[in-house]
Write a protein of this length. Structure first.
Lengths: 338, 338
């Protein structure tokens, strides 16, 4: 018997993928291995992404309000659709919960789900409700669409492409550290009131109620920019960059001083004695987009405040490195998914 | 605070449905409330069904082999597509599992998933693998298609329509009783070998490795029969008949002597001192199809050994009754979903 931990998540997915037959349905364009499956629906490509959220693994109801959890679950799936350069259309949600939840808790959860559906302009079209013997489980499946000439995979980047990332990174992870600290304070003395300051509001919001970057999908179309490859940053920049490079057969150099990090994240990282770069590389849950563009395309994006160039791709797949201001290069290793 | 048990599953789904806005995407044809959501994909309708399977609620790994569980999970979702008179095309599977499972167990689970995908001719195109703190969780999303003139909802039956059911009912529930009995014997004395006889093989197979009735979807098309309404029998005949009547605004009369029950189920019911009719009405997990046809359509099906007429629909929605040979009528109540 082989311990599951020896494989890791990538190893497990590879193993499942390798044993899965090549799709035979004529409208299946792409199966396992990207952020979403891709189908030929005539005038456009269809997309389907499925995610599972498990209590105690993905969320802690001690500090996650159910309304935020509902919103975040939809964000989770919509972000996968955005990573294919697509827009979400419909969503189904499966919920398993024990009878410790009152009806009002279910209402709260669905309030968040519906708020996200309204924000992303998707229809909630079905799902499943069932009982659970222990924790809360959510499954989210999102259907999306993308014009055929806009579809963006993770395996089509080329050497010399410019690596871009949206928004900022690491804030969600630092928000989690703040919430975990408050939880410990609360557990030690349940009469203590939380002391989360206004100055940390952005970090907590990034952790509890993140938004998927469908705005960027619209913006890239408006700017007439077609990314050469794209992936969403759900498990941390390091892990996603390695996925993209591995799939595309490229290496990469990213510059630490270019990684976009919010001021609040810098301050909190200092407080927790964590390197802000480490938080950005391995923290996860940012739901930003990491994409590449051909060098000649980049100038269309250079003035965009929501998009930052952090490096470029190289021809040697064995070299995925972080370059420091001082000129040092260190290999990037994924930690988020282990 | 309101206890979730006071609502029941139907009440909960109604509550969620009522609070959900009417779909606004132009290609959403039908949202929450049927076996699958329905989309306009140009030349055909698209279908999406999502189901969750939770360890300790839907399955007991003491006697459910993982390969069978994988197969059954796909059957679960494919049956929803068949209930819309559609055929499955692609499937995604989310798996959450703890590290108590070795790699070989994951292989076994996926062997069953792939066997079912081959049997139903669907592509496994993606999903999610994640860790779980306690039990095994599976989520299955199935995409299907149906020609626009073949789509079959549950709310379009009319009085005088003939009620038909495929295969036989109650066997999966009695198979579960057999497995539960063996489990108790095993728990009392782990050295005892299981004593499941060959004569009960059909019941155990119906519980552990049920098939969705895509064959019937093909057959109805071959026969040129368009059902007036359809639903799959996952929670027991009583519950599904009530769903269909409630959605269509009709009543129904079914005849106990007409309910198709396998000989092995009769024998096992006797052994367990359960009424075989009760097993068929409330047992669940049969994955057969319950459908209605206009009276003039029924003769095309009358000679079909896989389809049984069990009654007819009436105009009074308050009267959904079981009629006995002796002429007695008793109201049908759902127990499967409570």
């Amino acid at each position: 018997m082989t311990d599951l931990n020896t494989l890791g998540e990538i190893g497990l997915i590879d193993r499942i993928k390798q044993a899965t037959p090549i799709p035979t349905q004529p409208d299946t364009i792409r199966g396992i291995g990207d952020d979403a499956a891709v189908f030929d629906w005539g005038d456009q490509y269809g997309l389907l992404a499925t995610d599972l959220l498990i209590e105690g693994v993905h969320f802690d109801l001690t500090y996650v309000p159910l309304k935020h959890l509902g919103y975040k679950a939809i964000t989770f799936g919509v972000s996968d659709i955005a990573a294919m350069n697509g827009l979400p259309v419909q969503v189904t949600v499966g919920v398993a919960l024990s009878s410790r939840f009152p009806v009002e808790a279910v209402d709260e959860l669905y309030d968040g789900i519906r708020a996200a559906c309204a924000a992303y302009n998707v229809d909630l079209v079905g799902g499943d409700t069932t009982s659970s013997r222990s924790g809360l489980v959510l499954s989210v499946s999102v259907l999306g669409k993308v014009p055929k000439d806009k579809i963006t995979y993770r395996n089509t980047a080329q050497p010399n492409d410019v690596l871009c990332v949206t928004g900022d990174l690491g804030a969600a992870y630092l928000g989690l550290q703040l919430l975990e600290r408050e939880k410990q304070v609360f557990l030690a003395d349940p009469n203590m009131q939380p002391t989360l300051s206004e100055e940390r509001a952005y970090l907590v919001q990034r952790q509890l109620r993140p938004d998927a970057r469908t705005d960027i999908v619209h913006e890239l179309r408006d700017l007439g920019v077609q990314p050469s490859a794209m992936i969403d940053v759900s498990d941390g920049l390091a892990s996603e960059l390695l996925h993209l490079c591995r799939a595309s057969g490229t290496g990469a150099v990213i510059f630490d001083e270019n990684i976009p990090i919010d001021d609040q994240a810098y301050l909190a990282a200092d407080e927790f004695n964590i390197s802000p770069i480490t938080a950005a590389l391995n923290g996860g849950e940012d739901y930003e987009l990491l994409f590449t563009v051909r060098p000649q395309e980049y100038e269309k994006l250079a003035q965009n405040a929501r998009i930052t160039a952090i490096g470029y791709l190289t021809a040697d797949p064995s070299q995925v490195v972080l370059a420091t201001k001082a000129g040092q290069q260190t290999p990037i290793r994924a930690q988020g998914w282990q």
